[in-house]
Write a protein that binds this ligand. Structure first.
Ligand SMILES: Nc1ncnc2c1ncn2[C@@H]1O[C@H](COP(=O)(O)OP(=O)(O)OP(=O)(O)O)[C@@H](O)[C@H]1O
Ligand SMILES: [Mg+2]
Length: 367
């Protein structure tokens, strides 16, 4: 019996969820680009978000989605060798491209052409990245196929990233059918945007992958369960929504664990969800909170501890008093912590924890 109901939740990093909660705005904007609105600012988009906010999942989602609309996609991570990786992946994707409905085909494209092998022999010069990308885009253009590039884990210190961005800008200027979607942690993205050689990126469309509204969480949670053949009690759904607190990774963890807890039962009940939440919170501590805390400095942590007495949000002037530090000092740490996605602004002069369970985790580990 059990195998009739497969757990539909996806608590793994980068996994595209069965049902995407929220994010309608981004999906709408990028769809416009794939449907041909190359003038749209969304053609160059940056997703900014803390750990587990859904950056990689969104990149994968769009990489899949664009293929239904006559684009090929290339997904790369910001590590050394990325330029060659992009080129090889793009050449391979082009080589396999077929779209029978629109009778567009590109089979049998010679890979060597883009990988520079044939060129070197003929002309004695080694084509650079831009030349090879251009050659590839020429072939795609014959069939009006677009190239959609996703770059994850933005790293402003990688020289290749700067080169890619500059070449991309030229390709856009030449009216080529290319689009670029990047994702990174707040601090890495702002590092890239501050690099003067790629200042045009500041005009890219930027989306902060923040909390997802409760009603959207509720809806996605219920649909995920129902699409896999089970039901959930109304009270249980309300409890789950509260524990998830708008955080995508928590949605998947709470869902996965509650589903497990329900066993053979066709309905997720309150007690299933209660144990599910407990287990999910432990998972979250181990996989997100611990990693986040070890990346923080002593000063960062002292700042966070000064927020502990407050329920909900903390006033920055209270923090100044508790720390007995200057407003300059406090605002520097405040900035750092916002950049790393640990806290967020909540109205002028107020901050709050941006990761679910972080406050109670800090309290627990204080002793
Ligand atoms: N909109 C969404 N609705 C529901 N679940 C989502 C959504 N976005 C992401 N998820 C789920 O949340 C989890 C975390 O997503 P993802 O790995 O993309 O985060 P990330 O921002 O890339 O994290 P990191 O910075 O650690 O790489 C995954 O299990 C994914 O399936
Ligand atoms: Mg990721």
């Amino acid at each position: 019996m059990g195998e009739m109901f497969n757990n539909p939740f996806t608590p793994n990093f980068g996994q595209v969820p069965q049902i995407i909660a929220g994010r309608d705005q981004i999906i709408m904007e990028l769809d416009e680009v794939f449907d041909g609105a190359l003038g749209s600012p969304a053609r160059t988009t940056i997703l900014i978000g803390a750990r587990g906010s859904g950056k990689t999942a969104m990149l994968s989602y769009f990489a899949q989605r664009c293929r239904q609309k006559g684009w090929i996609s290339v997904s790369a991570s910001c590590i050394a060798g990325i330029q060659e990786d992009i080129l090889q992946q793009a050449a391979m994707a082009a080589d396999h491209f077929t779209e029978p409905e629109h009778s567009r085909r590109l089979t049998g494209v010679s890979l060597g052409q883009f990988l520079g092998i044939s060129w070197e022999n003929v002309s004695g010069f080694t084509p650079n990245w831009r030349t090879r990308m251009t050659a590839l885009l020429d072939v795609l253009a014959e069939q009006d196929i677009g190239l959609f590039l996703t770059i994850d884990e933005i790293d402003p210190h990688l020289e290749e990233m700067i080169q890619i961005a500059s070449v991309y800008q030229l390709l856009v200027r030449e009216n080529r059918k290319v689009a670029l979607l990047m994702a990174g942690l707040p601090s890495e993205v702002s590092g890239l945007l501050n690099d003067r050689s790629v200042s045009f990126l500041r005009r890219a469309s930027q989306h902060h992958l923040g909390r997802i509204a409760d009603h959207e969480v509720t809806q996605a949670f219920r649909h995920t369960i129902e699409s896999a053949g089970k039901q959930i009690e109304a009270d249980a759904l309300a409890d789950a929504t509260k524990a998830i607190d708008g955080f995508p990774y928590m949605l998947q963890l709470v869902g996965f664990r509650s589903w497990q807890g329900a066993g053979e039962s066709a309905e997720l009940k309150r007690e299933h969800v209660r144990t599910g939440i407990e287990m999910a919170q432990k998972d979250f501590e181990n996989r997100v909170l611990l990693a986040t805390m070890t990346s923080l400095s002593r000063g960062d942590k002292t700042f966070l501890r000064a927020m502990l007495p407050d329920a909900g949000r903390s006033s920055v002037s209270d923090i100044e008093q508790r720390l007995d530090k200057s407003s300059g000092y406090v605002s520097r740490y405040r900035g750092r912590l916002i950049e790393s996605g640990v806290i967020e602004q909540d109205g002028r002069g107020w901050v709050r924890f941006a990761l679910p369970g972080l406050q109670s985790y800090l309290k627990k580990t204080e002793e």
